[in-house]
Write a protein that binds this ligand. Sequence first.
Ligand code: QV4
Ligand code: CA
Length: 445
Amino acid sequence: MVWSPHRPWWERYQPVSYKLISRSGSEQEFADMVERCNKVGVRIFVDAVINHMTGDSGIGVGIADSTFNTYEQSYPAVPYSIHDFNSKEKCGTQSGNIENYNNVNEVRNCRLVSLLDLDQSKSWVKDRIRDYLNHLIRLGVAGFRVDASKHMWPDELKAIVESLNDLPETHFGAGQRAFVFTEVIDMGGEPITKYEYTGIGRVTEFLYGMKLGEVFRRWNNQKLEYLQFFGESWGMLPSGYAWTFVDNHDNQRKHGGGGDMVLTFWEPRVYKMANAFMLAWPYGYTKVMSSYYWYPREDTDVGPPADSYGNTNTVPINDDGSCGGNWACEHRWRQIRNMVAFRNLVHGTAVENWWGRGDQIAFSRGRKGFLAINNDYSQTMSGEFYTGLPEGFYCDCISGDMLGSGDNAYCTGQTLSVNSMGRTHINIRSDSENPMIAIHVDYKL
Ligand code: QV4
Ligand code: CA
């Protein structure tokens, strides 16, 4: 446990053992959550920290009461000993830490910010990691985000992933494999690239959120209309390999690069626009961020809402479905939640009816969905637009929800009428709180 600063969020990224006990609860509680989620079609993916153990902080104890000693490089609860870590000789830097990101060996064989670096070429290490991940698979998790993948050799990581058991047939059907996505920050300019990891699974595409932030902030003369070919031609991975997000837990608090371009829940209006675009756009495998508010904002160490000891609080759900207790829960914001449904619905259709004028865009996804965004700072977006949708009345899923069903269905937001030509009249003021419209065939009244 880290007490200085007081139980920071990043404590989790310093494992002491592979016991499933954390500030969020016990193994039993974890298993119960996974089981309940699987029952309602929600899959759980575990953030697997397998590149390293704790920082070189001396002697300490983890949250599950396991001890460690970094002078001796020993973690008896796994167990790992000095033989399981990359030596200073193998690393080659004075400090034993990564000092130069242009040196591939350093990045993979030295310590990331002093975190004791496991040697995944050793079969003992590979097997301990395999057992840990298989344990999670047995409990019903569907896959893994592999933390700090850039700091592991792709072939060694691949061998670990290939050694894993199939997912349990009871929950996933026969012969299903864990869904793996690797965390590799590559924004160009370093010898290690995201392309080295595509043989393992999906790979983080950090350019995506950066570029989207730049466009929606209108920085560097960017305009929404340039998004027409947003994807591989912008220097990003082929769509089928990319794992995309507007922000993540690091860059929303300026850890791990990304700078001021990245959009976060602290700027909700433009954040909702960027997420709506991401979810409507057929590129990559999308991730929606879900966060907590922290104060003061400059303090990037503040952990999640917790009791004085540091145990994470339960998330209270308000009557309107939003979260209380300082949890931001972006995934529950109507504009984002409804665009997730939009994405699932239009899956497999192409972008059609593209229209772009400066910072105003509109497009359809085949004949199933239509999105219009007005990010202009002063001009109203108004006129007749091709939606690609069949004639009828539609409930805009940005301004409201469609409730009830059949003849009793009604819209809590604005209703749009699509004529027999597939055209509709839209009017989006530039100062609207949600300057967007999204309609789809599941929201046909
Ligand atoms: C500090 C100094 C070191 C010094 C050391 C001495 O920075 O130079 O040698 O003390 O003891 C925390 C502290 C950090 C401290 C370190 C070790 O913030 O100051 O080192 O602990 O005690 C998260 C946080 C880090 C945190 C780490 C471990 O972001 O701040 O470090 O957890 O608790 C690169 C990588 C990429 C990485 C990204 C942040 O390529 O893989 O940096 N992203 C992932 C996770 C991220 C996590 C880690 C990797 C590490 O997304 O959340 O780091 O598991 O780009
Ligand atoms: Ca390493």
